[in-house]
Design a protein around this ligand. Structure first.
Ligand code: PLP
Length: 400
């Protein structure tokens, strides 16, 4: 058998991308699959952003840029962090990357080592665990129960921190649960974290603008002393419907950013120059599209909550407060048999739903929640209704 790097051999492909790839394959074969798997807004990138890319292309901005991004992009990111999060950063405290993922990975790989532990409140986005493992550190999963809204409580945080803990990854609004920490909850976590100065506090804000109860102050705004050992991660993918452009960023103390930039200089170099110019416009131009998209996501959320709650075998006690995912509990259905054996876990249920109802969703296993499935509602209401009609028919049959 081919010998691979031990760490790479141990990681699985991203479950969300794999589910989406299978759906794409079936579609190519002529099957009418409704895709509710990928975490990708269905909106097109706003025209003003595309226009900025065309201008950059015409102006010949086709060369290497500084590894951590152009000065214009760093300034646009600083403007954004100030405007949206009330946080001040210097250009040397910012690194732009080819998407949120490499910004996160390059920081994680720069900060942590073998023997270190990094706390991941779960259910969590599939890539956090993989990125921590690739760095050589060990993810320490802190299970956040559905009964308390999938949020980490301060006592649980205190218990999870051990002598080897060097970091924690927060993600609010959360992929996959849609949970959003309130300012009070963040404040309590911050109070506990203040007792552990050796712990890096990382905040993944990818869905910050899709928070249905409005803006929540940033944890580093609530407790500015954490910012000295804090990293902000963000991406333009979700907020500006720019998943394919690949621009994300990290902001943090200059030594951490310098180390991650060194790593980035060796493994990928600068993010795409045209996409950087588009990102400058996205971040610094008029921000009205964000509210328009968020309003549409809110309308879809109402539809999805109502339809999921009607599905036999599914339960959704918490209304998702942000992002564009519903993460129903399907335990009741997992005990039922399908084709002679119990369904068992969320991953198998997702593949049954794909095969029998032609709707692509993601099983909860790799999010650390095998009794759940994740449905992305970044698709039109018409398609959502069609998808739920199909799932409902199948669910009735299984639960009969
Ligand atoms: N963080 C979270 C929580 C996400 O869900 C995603 C994408 O799904 C990302 C970061 C990274 O996004 P990208 O690499 O497309 O910028």
């Amino acid at each position: 058998m081919l010998k691979l790097n031990r760490r790479v051999a141990a990681i699985k492909p991203s479950a969300t991308l794999a589910a989406d790839a299978r759906a794409t394959e079936l579609r190519a074969a002529g099957v009418d699959v409704i895709p509710l798997a990928a975490g990708e807004p269905d909106f097109d990138t706003p025209e003003r952003i595309k226009e900025a890319a065309r201008r950059a292309l015409s102006a010949g901005k086709t060369k290497y840029t500084p590894v951590a991004g152009t000065r214009e992009l760093k300034d646009a990111i600083r403007l954004k962090l100030k405007r949206d999060n009330h946080l001040d950063y210097e250009p040397a405290e910012i690194m732009a990357s080819a998407g949120g993922k490499p910004a996160e990975y390059n920081l994680i790989a720069s900060l942590f080592d073998e023997g270190d532990e990094v706390i991941v409140p779960t259910p969590a986005w599939v890539s956090f665990v993989a990125m921590i493992q690739l760095s050589g550190a060990a993810p320490k999963l802190a299970a956040c129960p559905e009964s308390t809204g999938f949020v980490l409580d301060p006592e649980q945080l205190r218990e999870a921190i051990g002598p080897r803990t060097r970091g924690i990854m927060l993600n609010s609004p959360s992929n996959p649960t849609g949970a959003v920490y309130s300012a009070a909850q963040l404040g309590e976590l911050a109070r506990v974290l203040m007792e552990f100065p050796e712990v890096w506090v990382m905040s993944d804000d990818a869905y910050e603008h899709i928070a249905y109860a409005g803006r929540v102050p940033h944890i580093f705004e609530l407790e500015p002393r954490l910012k000295r050992r804090g990293i902000v991660f963000n991406t333009l993918s979700k907020t500006y419907a720019m998943t394919g452009w690949r621009i994300g960023f990290a902001a943090g103390p200059r030594e951490a950013i310098a180390a991650a930039t060194r790593l980035q200089s060796q493994n990928s170099g600068n993010p795409n120059s045209i996409a950087q110019a588009a990102a400058v416009e996205a971040l610094s131009g008029p921000q009205d599209e964000i509210a328009t998209m968020a309003a549409e996501f809110r309308a879809r959320r109402e539809l999805v909550v109502e339809r999921v709650r009607r599905l036999p075998g599914f339960s959704l006690p918490n209304v998702p407060a942000g992002a564009f995912y519903a993460f129903p509990n399907v335990s009741a259905m997992l005990k039922r048999e399908y084709k002679g054996r119990p369904i068992g876990d969320g991953d198998r249920l997702a593949s049954i739903i794909l095969d029998e109802a032609q709707v692509a969703i993601v099983g909860g296993n790799d999010f650390g929640a095998p009794n759940h499935v994740r449905l992305s509602y970044a698709t039109s209401r018409e398609k959502l209704n069609q998808a739920f009609d199909r799932i409902e028919r199948l669910a009735r049959e299984i639960m009969r």
